[in-house]
Design a protein around this ligand. Structure first.
Ligand code: SDX
Length: 428
């Protein structure tokens, strides 16, 4: 079949014929790589309409509220798989057999501990250091432990980095929490599931036996799955761009942690809970909704809106169910959930939000569940980063496995001064 082309013409003059490529789903793409040789760049700050790469990991249809990892629907995975199965799927492209799953779990378990020297990095932080600051620094520090035996062109060595990061992130995350509350670090236990082990490292203390609540462990595992990957979001694109120069993978993941921290991205779950606490009572919701709608007010409703979803975020749907299950199971009456439910109702009826298709996103409910589990809001984005590490490292690995991979180097529309004469401060 003849290749489809897009013809670019300006003032009636044909500038270029640009190939159009189709993927297995989603929008076709116009290949603009030769456009520079025709004297033009495209202009797309924020990348609203730019495909930065070719990927087979995650597919999102924002209008239909579809999210699939390697073709498996997110609600299926959240309800029928555990997080380690989802990690295997994202890394390897298909669901594991029971034997492959057991081998993968054993491999991850072999890497759950961190080098004892890594502990000293925490003791440089002030007691009130934000856990995300600690995680960003300590994950970056891992690059000083694993730099010699790392040939990133060797798929096996790339996969070993992936296994190490998936295994160590819960340990580092829990260490950042323990350091922030002045309790001793807790070593991982490989007889526990991934989620149980994280809760154990977060909440057990040497003085008492800690029993993991299975409902909380199940909710935790589901939260990990719902945050595992999400196509070319800001933090994943950060990891890809950092990795495109051939940088150390642990340093690339630290860059992803840094990007995720922003309140417009993964920091929204913490910001959402802070917002709900600031609203305080149901009767103040209208005041905050008005602020969110005021063009002159920079305030936005945290947990609402999404660059891609112009329909309900499918993760938010599953998260909402989990939220109600956890609060019911733990018999928690959380006034913040009452405020959240009323805010959701108002926002979904309000013309401003309806016209702009601003629905609750994944961050809206996750904060309430995590608070119900007893996790402080300063740890919410750390848990997001821990969950998303498998997505970040899967994209890093996919990018490096693709032939002809180039360093990412965008261009610009220059609006500064040109050809100015430089006058020295004083005649020498
Ligand atoms: C995540 O990309 C991903 O996939 C991210 C993520 C992932 O899994 O990796 O899904 C995780 O980051 C979810 C998003 C969490 N962030 C928040 O909840 C913060 C609040 N949301 C907004 O900051 C905003 O909705 C964004 C950042 C999420 C999306 O912003 P866009 O796509 O750049 O859209 P926009 O800012 O251009 O907004 C379009 C319009 C604007 O009004 P107009 O200029 O057209 O008049 O909608 C308004 C915005 O002012 N708007 C909001 C709003 N979000 C957008 N108005 C009030 N409250 C909001 N939350």
């Amino acid at each position: 079949m003849a290749e489809t082309k897009a013809t670019l013409s300006i003032d009636g003059k044909v500038i270029a014929d640009l190939p159009i490529h189709s993927g297995s789903a989603g929008l076709d793409v116009i290949d603009i790589r030769t456009l520079g040789s025709h004297g033009y760049f495209t202009y797309d700050p924020g990348f609203l309409a730019t495909a930065s790469c070719e990927s087979a990991i995650t597919y999102i249809d924002g209008d239909k509220g579809i999210l699939q990892h390697r073709g498996y629907a997110i609600d299926d995975l959240a309800k029928k798989a555990d997080y380690l199965e989802v990690c295997y799927i994202l890394l390897n492209g298909q669901a594991p057999t029971l034997e492959q799953y057991d081998e993968f779990k054993a491999t991850i378990n072999n890497h759950t501990m961190v080098h004892e020297k890594l502990v000293h990095f925490f003791h440089g932080f002030l007691p009130d250091a934000h856990p995300m600051a600690m995680v960003c620094a300590v994950v970056g520090a891992l690059s000083s432990f694993y730099h010699s035996d790392l040939d990133i062109d060797d798929p096996k060595q790339r996969m070993r980095s992936a296994h190490r990061l998936i295994a160590k992130m819960p340990t580092i995350a829990a260490m950042s929490y323990k350091y922030s509350i002045g309790q001793p670090f807790v070593y991982p236990r490989n007889d526990l599931s991934y989620a149980e082990n994280f809760l154990h490292m977060m909440f057990s203390v040497p003085a008492e036996k800690y029993i993991v609540n299975p409902t909380i462990a199940k909710a935790m595992d589901r939260i990990f799955t719902l945050h595992a990957d999400h196509e070319q979001n800001a933090s994943t694109s950060t990891v890809r761009l950092a990795g495109s120069s051939g940088a150390n993978p642990y340093a690339c993941i630290a860059a992803g942690v840094a990007s995720l921290w922003g309140p417009a991205h993964g920091g929204a779950n913490e910001a959402c809970l802070t917002m709900l606490e600031e609203i305080g009572t149901v009767d103040r919701i209208a005041e905050f909704v008005a602020k969110a709608k005021d063009k002159n007010d920079p305030f936005r409703l945290m947990g609402f809106g999404h660059r891609v979803y112009k329909n309900f975020d499918p993760r938010a749907t599953v998260m909402r169910e989990t939220c109600h299950d956890v609060l019911k199971e733990l018999n928690i009456q959380d006034p913040l959930l009452d405020i959240a439910m009323e805010l959701e109702r108002i926002a979904l009826e309000d013309e401003y939000f309806v016209s702009k298709k601003l629905y609750p996103n994944v961050d809206f409910y996750s904060g309430i569940i995590l608070k119900a589990i007893g996790i402080p809001s300063s740890m919410f984005t750390v848990i997001f980063a821990m969950s998303r590490t498998v997505g970040w490292i899967s994209h890093w690995d996919e990018m490096l496995s693709q032939p002809g991979q180039k360093i990412g180097r965008p261009r610009q529309k220059y609006t500064g001064e040109i050809d100015r004469e430089f006058v020295p401060l004083k005649v020498k």
